[in-house]
Design a protein around this ligand. Sequence first.
Ligand SMILES: *Cc1c(COP(=O)(O)O)cnc(C)c1O
Ligand code: SF4
Length: 341
Amino acid sequence: MPIIARSTADEQQDWRQILAQSLKTAADVRHYLSLPAISEHHQQQLHQASQQFSVLAPKPFLDLAEPGNPDDPITRQMLPDRHELLTHSGYSTDPLGEVATNVQPGIIHKYQGRALLLAATGCAINCRYCFRRHFDYADNRIKHSQWQTSLEYIRADTSLREVILSGGDPLMLQDKALIPLMEAIETIPHIQRLRIHSRLPVVIPQRLTHDLQQHLHHTRLQTTLVLHINHANEIGPLLRQHLPDWHNSSVTLLNQSVLLSGVNDDLPTLLDLSEQLFANGILPYYLHLLDKVQGAQHFEVSQQEARRLYQGLHAQLPGYLVPRLVQEEAGMPGKTLLSMS
Ligand SMILES: *Cc1c(COP(=O)(O)O)cnc(C)c1O
Ligand code: SF4
């Protein structure tokens, strides 16, 4: 097996080059992280799991994991697990009913006043718990010509106030494509807010380019960047270096997490996450319960346990550091807020 060198933290390197160097097999990830040997049969199972949902592990994110530890919270999110092969009742391939709310390719309009524009397909990482692991990206492959139809939809519906760029991961677009798209949105008079949901800056912090920051800082729209960080270890040195520029701009920084068994389902981890987010200028926004997607059952945390953890956060943190505990349910007019009782 070839030796894969650990990446050097070269901030000057272009994010797309770094993305291209991502690891794409379970064996490569295991080797890169010097994980203990597993049986031939186990290797076969991981290979099979990767055929259902491919492996994509960017090096800057891998470098935040502790080598040799298969239970590391970062490793668990990237490395296939043989439990993915099990099927469970109550777990589906489209848990959010998105197929039905996909009003036209490229737009998901489910909630009042806000529409998701699928700006890019694919992500810079394949998170093993992802509810989109079965989403038909082939049918939603966004061609730039399709943006035109999405923009017309948004222009025609004057009840919309906010456009949420989503995907896949919208920051998979290069700035030279993304900035013109945002400029087109700015020309729609009833749109006041622009939100970007992305995990890319967490897994490849070099994606937080100066051009993007400047555009979001100067646009007439109120802009929010919602990062997706599940564990404080994901806020590495490179991300810490990039964040102050953003924090000091007019962009609001929020975070959403997914409550994941074996990653962040204990109180000290969640307390530390909220503290570390705020120390870096990011406010906790959502703590999601796992969407019940086939192949992710081993990440499930029960509702009862989730409420217990939430009560712990509430008891120990100022209100603004307690994320909203939510669950997405097909057909509901918004995310379901789980109360404390
Ligand atoms: C989460 C989500 C939104 C945004 O909801 P907020 O409560 O504004 O954060 C919009 N549309 C869809 C389909 C969503 O899943
Ligand atoms: S970045 Fe988000 S959408 Fe992409 S695989 Fe991870 S959880 Fe899913």
